[in-house]
Design a protein around this ligand. Structure first.
Ligand SMILES: Nc1ncnc2c1ncn2[C@@H]1O[C@H](COP(=O)(O)OP(=O)(O)OP(=O)(O)O)[C@@H](O)[C@H]1O
Length: 851
């Protein structure tokens, strides 16, 4: 309705406003009569078209232009400037003449076509500020009019005009508020657009960063692939040396690697395509967003400008025609709706974009996961490849060591084969040689058997001959041995009393009486000769002379070995199964013990005999004989037997206890004699026997006499039992070797013994006499042989007579003072030598009793 009342030609064009209030024009509403006319009064100040002119036109004080807007309006209300239309001033005369200040135009600043968010915000802020200012002014005007209305009663037409103005004001107020809302919405849209742009920028940056990372990852993957290809190439070069299994593994790995390469290449291509698509999408979205945003902003700005212009025009027109304003407002509302629609569309697009971005994010995440899994698979393959490489290296090293060992073994095999060839040749030669040798060996064995048989026959013959010789020699033989003068004896014995007879084959002995006539007179040279004493003739050089004949005479120069050589045949008889008995007879100090036992440097007959026995037994064992030896060592002292090998054999033992303990017994089956409780010691060699001799020497009882400080007052008997068997020859041997060191045979008158020593001498002489009686009985072939007259003869019962072989040493001391005893011993030995106790070759009766 207002629009109709205000001609368009009367509307002034909008004037650009400044940022100050000076640009605000005055709007004068004039109502005359029924018709209302809007008259615009421009505040025309000289050279200035801003509010200052307006203030002047209103008749206000010049200072009013510097006052605040409200105050200025207030002052105007007090002195209202009314433009007299010629019909009288005051409302009563010409109706209501409303004069009001109104913004000449809406804020209008030129917005650059390429305006950014900051410029847009500035513009919006400025527009808002101006709108607020307009509102305040309008409110001030409304209050002024209301005051005027309340202060004076207005006519009805005036009231109607005033109501219309109030309505217009209200409409303006509404429009302004809608503009404010529009501005708010625009600002909100701007903020959203700015946020969207920033989000897009951030998304783009992130995508670009991810694209860069993907590119880097792809470059790294390519580098790894190149490295893998290089390692694969190296593995291929090493593959030639590997076994079939490893080649299969490597081929599988190569296939895996090729598949991986293809997968990676496809993935790379796909990712590149995705990246390119994303890049294009981003560029497109960005461009689209930018274009849309810019276009929207531009459109908005343009629209805003147009709208502002229109609003300004509307304002201008509103001053003239409020109805036109309403239509403009409606159009503006339509535009707002359109904008809202566009905004919604923008929002939808934005959401679509965001959804696309999310989709891209999820795709990117999937791609990252795939890339991670691909990297893990690649790492696993690399680890497997590394393990394979290590296995290959170990296998290669093992192969090299095996190759080296194989070469060594081959070389050894070649050398062994060569050696084997040579050995085989040698074996063949050796086989031939062995065959020949076996043939020879068979011949030799046959020969040996024949020789052994021959040896056995020879041994049998030898024994028979030996026994025959022994028989021819006589089963009891007598060897005479004259000991040398001791160093202390030489000075007192310058004469040689005992001289072997030359040209007697060592069998004759010449005995000369000492020069001492007194002593020499003691001898009965006129006594008839008997036994071996063949010629007792008249004294030569006033010295009586005797000649004795024995089986062998050993002078002082004879050694133990020489003596033993003569008895070795007899000892040999013990190994042939004979009982052999060897005596040493003579006075004290004549050398019996030396002859039988000897010392360390000059072993006597006992040690030398057992050595021969064991040596010959060893030789016989080669012919199939097995031997065992037992020994015992005893002494007969005062007709009591003592075991010289017993450990408890000491001086503490009494004769009574020993008598009860050791008794001589006869084995009725064999006729052998033995001593009960006597210790029998198994001996295996000569050393065992020598140990027994040492023990017995310690145990042997000695007593000092006038004749010899170390005179032995007992008979010592060493018995060696020899048992041999030859199963092949079915032959058994039971030999016995008796080696006896008799006690001294000095006569009682010369020994000067008395008391205990006298008793000892009596026992000794009695036993020696008994021995002579036995020998005589055997020689005489008496029915009764008095063996039991003494312990000695009783013990030697199995070794005297029969097939036994007996030898007696008569030991002679060369000293003059021992001469009588020596002569007695020689005479006794000569009688024994005259006996034949094995075969009765002589019918002559023998007697050992002193005539
Ligand atoms: N053929 C010899 N060569 C060197 N010295 C000997 C010889 N015979 C005996 N003698 C020495 O004469 C001394 C007396 O010898 P022996 O003790 O053997 O006499 P005996 O007859 O056993 O005396 P007894 O009956 O008192 O035991 C000893 O010192 C001994 O070494």
């Amino acid at each position: 309705m207002i629009r109709d009342r205000v001609p368009a030609s009367r509307l002034r064009p909008p004037t650009p406003i400044n940022t100050s209030l000076e640009g605000v024009g005055s709007l004068l509403l004039t109502r005359t009569g029924a018709a209302s006319t809007v008259v615009e009064r421009e505040n025309k100040a000289p050279g200035n078209s801003d509010g200052e002119g307006g203030c002047k036109a209103a008749g206000s004080a010049p200072a009013a232009s510097k006052e605040p807007v409200g105050q200025t309006v207030e002052s105007r209300s007090e002195t209202p400037v009314t433009e007299d239309t010629g019909k009288g001033a005051g409302p009563a005369a010409s109706g209501l003449q409303l004069t009001s200040q109104f913004p000449a135009s809406l804020p209008h600043t030129s917005l650059p076509s390429e305006s950014g968010p900051s410029q847009l915000s500035t513009f919006i802020e400025e527009t808002r500020r101006r709108m607020e200012e307009q509102e305040r002014r309008l409110q001030a005007m409304i209050r002024l009019h209301q005051k005027q209305l309340s202060s004076s009663a207005a006519p009805a037409g005036y009231n109607r005009g005033q109501g219309a103005a109030a309505a217009e004001m209200e409409a303006l107020h509404t429009m302004i508020s809608s503009q404010k809302h529009l501005i708010d919405s625009l600002q909100l849209e701007k903020a959203q657009v700015v946020n969207a742009l920033q989000t897009e920028r951030l998304a783009k940056q992130m995508i670009e960063r991810e694209v860069m990372e993907l590119k880097n990852a792809l470059q790294e993957t390519e580098r790894r692939m190149r490295q893998l290809a290089k390692e694969l190439e190296e593995a291929r070069s090493q593959q030639q040396h590997l076994s079939e299994k490893e080649l299969g593994k490597l081929r599988a790995l190569e296939r895996d690697c090729a598949e991986l390469e293809e997968a990676l290449a496809a993935e790379k291509r796909q990712r590149l395509r995705i990246v390119e698509e994303k890049d294009a999408e981003i560029a497109r979205v960005r461009l689209q967003l930018e274009e849309e945003s810019a276009e929207k902003i531009r459109q908005s700005i343009h629209k805003e400008r147009v709208h502002a212009d229109e609003v300004r025009q509307e304002c201008e027109r509103l001053r003239l025609h409020l109805a036109e304003k309403e239509s403009e407002a409606n159009a503006f509302r339509d535009r707002v709706r359109l904008l809202e629609t566009q905004m919604r569309e923008n929002l939808e697009r934005q959401s679509e974009h965001e959804q696309k971005c999310r989709q891209l994010d999820s795709d990117l995440l999937c791609l990252r996961n795939e890339l991670r899994s691909a990297e893990e698979a690649k790492q696993a393959i690399e680890q497997a490849l590394e393990r394979c490489r290590q296995d290959n290296a170990a296998l290669k090293a093992a192969c090299q060591s095996l190759e080296t060992a194989l070469q060594t073994i081959r070389a050894e095999k070649l050398s062994m084969e060569a050696m084997l060839g040579s050995h085989e040749q040698r074996f063949e030669q050796n086989d031939n040689e062995i065959m020949e040798l076996r043939a020879k060996l068979a011949d030799r064995e046959q020969m040996v058997r024949e020789l052994e048989e021959q040896a056995r026959e020879d041994e049998k013959v030898r024994r028979e001959l030996h026994n025959m010789v022994q028989e021819l020699k006589g089963n009891i033989r007598v060897f005479c041995r004259i000991r040398p003068l001791l160093s202390e004896e030489r000075q007192c014995n310058p004469d040689v009393l005992f001289q072997p007879v030359a040209r007697s084959s060592g069998r004759g002995l010449e005995v000369y009486a000492p020069c001492d006539q007194k002593r020499g007179s003691c001898f009965r040279t006129d006594r008839p000769s008997s036994g071996g004493e063949v010629a007792s003739t008249a004294a030569t050089h006033d010295r009586p002379r005797w000649v004795f004949q024995f089986d062998r005479v050993f002078d002082a120069s004879s050694t133990q070995v020489q003596v033993f050589e003569e008895i070795s045949q007899l000892v040999q008889s013990a190994l042939d199964g004979y009982k052999v008995c060897i005596f040493a007879y003579g006075q004290t100090g004549s050398g019996k013990t030396f002859t039988m036992i000897g010392d360390r440097q000059n072993p006597g007959m006992i040690p030398l005999s057992v050595r021969q026995v064991f040596a010959h037994a060893a030789r016989l064992s080669e012919q199939g004989f097995t031997f065992s030896f037992e020994a015992c060592f005893l002494e007969i002292y005062n007709e009591h037997i003592r075991d010289l090998l017993a450990k408890d054999n000491g001086s503490a033992s009494t004769e009574t206890s020993e008598t009860n303990k050791y008794t001589i017994k006869v084995d009725r089956a064999t006729g052998s004699t033995y001593v009960s409780d006597l210790q029998m010691v198994q001996v295996r060699n000569a050393d065992d026997v020598e140990r027994l001799l040492t023990i017995s020497a310690r145990n042997r009882m000695t007593a000092s006499t006038n004749m010899n400080e170390r005179s032995s007052r007992s008979h010592s008997v060493f018995r060696l039992y020899i048992r041999g068997e030859n199963r092949e020859m079915q032959q058994k041997i039971h030999g016995l070797l008796n080696l006896i060191d008799l006690a001294g045979s000095e006569r009682l008158a010369r020994s000067g013994s008395e008391g205990e020593r006298l008793r000892e001498t009596q026992h000794i002489n009695k036993s020696l006499s008994a021995l002579g009686d036995v020998i005589a009985a055997l020689a005489n072939k008496d029915k009764h042989v008095p063996f039991r007259n003494s312990k000695l003869t009783f013990l030697l019962q199995d070794s005297l007579g029969g097939d036994s072989k007996t030898l007696m040493f008569v030991n002679i001391s060369p000293t003059a003072e021992s001469f009588p005893e020596s002569l007695c011993s020689l005479r006794f030995a000569a009688k024994v030598n005259a006996c034949d106790i094995g075969t009765a070759r002589r019918s002559q009766r023998v007697s050992f009793q002193e005539p």
